[in-house]
Design a binder for this molecule. Structure first.
Ligand code: UD1
Length: 370
């Protein structure tokens, strides 16, 4: 029996763990345990995803909640240690790059528990991003590292991680996307928005914004709004809003400005299936999320990423992604190019085929950790 403890904490983790939890069920030699750190806790940021994606209820919820980086990371570490001492898993599996990822990973390796990192090796080379620090540290202590794209493998090798720990397997988040695309078709969100008069039968764009570098400084946020102001005159923009962003709109005195843009529609955070439906039917996505750059690539929807760098270069090299930073001129120019049909035909990255979780579990069981 292999006891695998799986960690989730924040919204993007849920899509990544779902196919692994399903895959474990195929093996009677695996005992999975699911731990939720509670980093995200609102119903629409957490529970809704468990329901929609059929993720089992967490065996343990640490209930940590929000805090500064140090407080959140430290509280997770303090809470996970006694759980590990009682549960004694053989393996801990962490996904992505959030504070829960490094906090739990660090405690596990110090208790000599093998650490598996899914979505390893991604690098933005921007150490002002909290996620970049989390990625570098988690990778450096992991025993097995699963990469979504070749750049991840190259980065890890360059950092001196031995090749036999590294496996290019594709992307568990894309497993979830492909598994749910049909189900998302029956979401009524577009019809509902039409009935509410938010959308007509024409095209629309989707916007997400939550990076501290974009929304914490009102001057930067305001520049992004300059670009959006122009684009929304052409096409309605749907804006499901992250709690951090909503707070910062208020504290930065920017809420009035957004409300004055009649074609920029703020919405509460929405669930996975509704969001997938919106993405898949949109004409354009504007985002500073990491995962959405990848989802739009698979869906072949043009994506303007409101950042100067990406840790997911394959989405720019062969996918639909274009980096425009937070510069309104660049945002508008890229939008105009798109309207003029200047957009190349994208390709799907290798192994983004819905089978990554199967490959991962096979490698874990293949004795690589002993
Ligand atoms: C975290 C991750 C980020 C990920 C994002 C996805 C880190 C360092 N950052 O950022 O990589 O892209 O999640 O959403 O781990 N809040 C709520 N309800 C919630 C959760 C948060 O209201 O359920 C509010 C709190 O006021 C909190 C703020 O949002 O202070 C930020 O939450 P936090 O988890 O600290 O970081 P995110 O910005 O969500």
């Amino acid at each position: 029996m292999l006891k695998i403890m799986n960690i989730v904490g924040a919204r993007p983790n849920f899509m990544k763990i779902a196919p692994l939890m399903a895959e474990y069920k195929k093996y009677d030699t695996i005992t999975p345990i699911l731990v939720h750190t509670g980093q995200h806790y609102d119903q629409k940021m957490s529970e809704l995803f468990f329901e929609e994606l059929g993720i089992p209820k967490p065996d343990i919820n640490l209930g940590i909640g929000s805090g500064s980086h140090a407080v959140q990371t430290a509280e997770i570490m303090k809470a996970i240690e006694p759980v590990l001492l009682v549960q004694k898993p053989d393996v801990m599996l962490v996904v992505g790059d959030v504070n829960s990822t490094i906090a739990c990973g660090l405690v596990a390796v110090k208790l000599s528990i093998k650490l598996v990192h899914v979505e390893a090796g991604l690098r933005s080379f921007d150490r002002t991003m909290p996620e970049e620090i989390n990625r570098i540290l988690t990778d450096s202590i992991s025993d097995l590292l699963f990469c979504t794209e070749q750049s991840g493998v190259d980065n890890l090798l360059r950092e001196g991680i031995s090749a036999n720990k590294i496996h290019l397997v594709g992307h568990v988040m894309i497993d979830t996307l492909l598994n749910n695309l049909k189900k998302a078709e029956s979401s009524t969100i577009i019809k509902d928005l039409q009935n509410q008069g938010v959308l007509n039968s024409g095209s629309f764009a989707v916007l997400t914004l939550h990076r501290p570098s974009n929304v914490d400084d009102p001057a930067v946020f305001s520049r992004i709004l300059d670009g959006l102001e122009v684009i929304q005159k052409d096409i309605p923009i749907l804006f499901p809003i992250h709690p951090r962003t909503r707070k910062n709109l208020a504290t930065g005195n920017l809420a009035g400005r957004v409300q004055s843009m009649t074609n920029l529609h703020m919405m509460d955070p929405i669930g996975y299936l509704d969001f997938l439906k919106l993405l898949s039917k949109s004409s354009l996505v504007l985002t500073d999320s990491g995962g959405i750059q990848e989802e739009t690539t698979v869906l072949k929807i043009p994506c303007l990423t409101l950042r100067n760098n990406t840790e997911r270069p394959v989405t720019v090299e062969i996918g639909t992604n274009q980096l425009v930073g937070n510069d309104p001129e660049k945002m508008i120019a890229a939008y105009r190019n798109l309207c003029n049909g200047k957009w190349r035909e994208p390709q799907i990255p290798p192994l983004w085929d819905g089978k990554a979780s199967g490959r991962i579990v096979k490698v874990i069981l293949g004795g690589m950790l002993s």
